[in-house]
Write a protein that binds this ligand. Structure first.
Ligand SMILES: Nc1ncnc2c1ncn2[C@@H]1O[C@H](COP(=O)(O)OP(=O)(O)O)[C@@H](O)[C@H]1O
Ligand SMILES: Nc1ccn([C@H]2C[C@H](O)[C@@H](COP(=O)(O)OP(=O)(O)O)O2)c(=O)n1
Length: 248
């Protein structure tokens, strides 16, 4: 069933809405959160793209990724611009559009090292909070105040006070098959084998930095393993609806 866009005429009247979503690789965070934001009429923020952009910049500058101080100093000076329109979210480093480049294999292989540097996290978390604040205070024309923001530590660290907090998850074999289909256009055995490490190993490494495998207190788990894409969007919207329902 196609999900309607939220009418923009009532957009400005609504209170700011922050929907925080965490989850492992391939659980559907980016695609589902984009659709949820479109439906709600809010902005959309992909915090993983921020870590990826920081990594892209380190790689381009030849920064030694094993030198945490050098990585943190480089990232501190990176000018990041996040476009938060869910219909076409963009990422720029300075005046270079890196929206597509940050999805490449080189960045994917290196991003966990950059994201594990505490000073990098402190820096990007401040920027993420500022972007969330801006989406709540000064929404784009026709948009509802608020944001659907996704990553690994949004429900626990970046926006633990968000009125809606979701852990989006799915069984490992389902997530690996989705990534194979997305990256290689097929989820046959060879494709699944070739992407498995990129999903499972990265989650293992990332889970030493952030806790996105279990729902923190008050965080609602949505397991998308046996749901199709639209069913998952509806399940997240149902959580939003319950969390924001006005008591009679
Ligand atoms: N519930 C679902 N059912 C089927 N495919 C899905 C579902 N959720 C997401 N996908 C697809 O799986 C792939 C990975 O989703 P993505 O949003 O990139 O995940 P994440 O951001 O968590 O890594 C995408 O191609 C997406 O369209
Ligand atoms: N809030 C966040 C978001 C992402 N990260 C890290 C962990 C991930 O390996 C990278 C890239 O995140 P991204 O959400 O783009 O990863 P996917 O490939 O979509 O699973 O950034 C993080 O440490 N904290």
């Amino acid at each position: 069933m196609p999900l309607p866009e939220r009418p923009s005429s009532s957009a400005s009247a609504a209170a700011p809405l922050v929907v925080a979503v965490d989850g492992p690789s391939g659980s559907g965070k980016s695609s589902v959160c984009r659709a949820v934001a479109r439906h709600l009429g809010t902005a959309y923020l992909d915090t993983g793209a921020m870590y990826r952009a920081a990594t892209w910049s380190c790689l381009r500058a030849g920064v030694d990724l094993t030198d945490a101080a050098a990585v943190a100093a480089h990232v501190r000076a990176v000018v990041l611009a996040m476009g938060t329109d869910p219909a076409g979210a963009t990422t720029a480093v300075g005046d270079v559009d890196v929206t597509d480049a940050v999805r490449g294999a080189e960045v994917t292989a290196a991003v966990s090292a950059v994201a594990s540097v505490p000073a990098v996290r402190a820096d990007l978390i401040l920027r993420q909070r500022a972007l969330i604040d801006a989406a709540c205070r000064t929404p784009q024309p026709g948009r509802r105040a608020g944001v659907v923001v996704e990553g690994r530590d949004i429900t626990t660290v970046v926006a633990p006070q968000a009125p809606v907090r979701v852990l989006l998850t799915a069984r490992e074999e389902v997530r690996v098959a989705r990534r194979a289909q997305q990256d290689l256009g097929t989820a046959d055995a060879a494709a699944v084998a070739s992407v498995r490490d990129g999903v499972v190993q990265r989650d293992l490494v990332d889970s030493r930095t952030t806790d996105f495998l279990a729902a923190a207190d008050g965080v609602i788990t949505v397991d998308s393993s046996d749901l199709d894409f639209e069913g998952t969007v509806e399940a997240v919207l149902a959580v939003v609806g319950r969390a924001t329902a006005v008591a009679p």
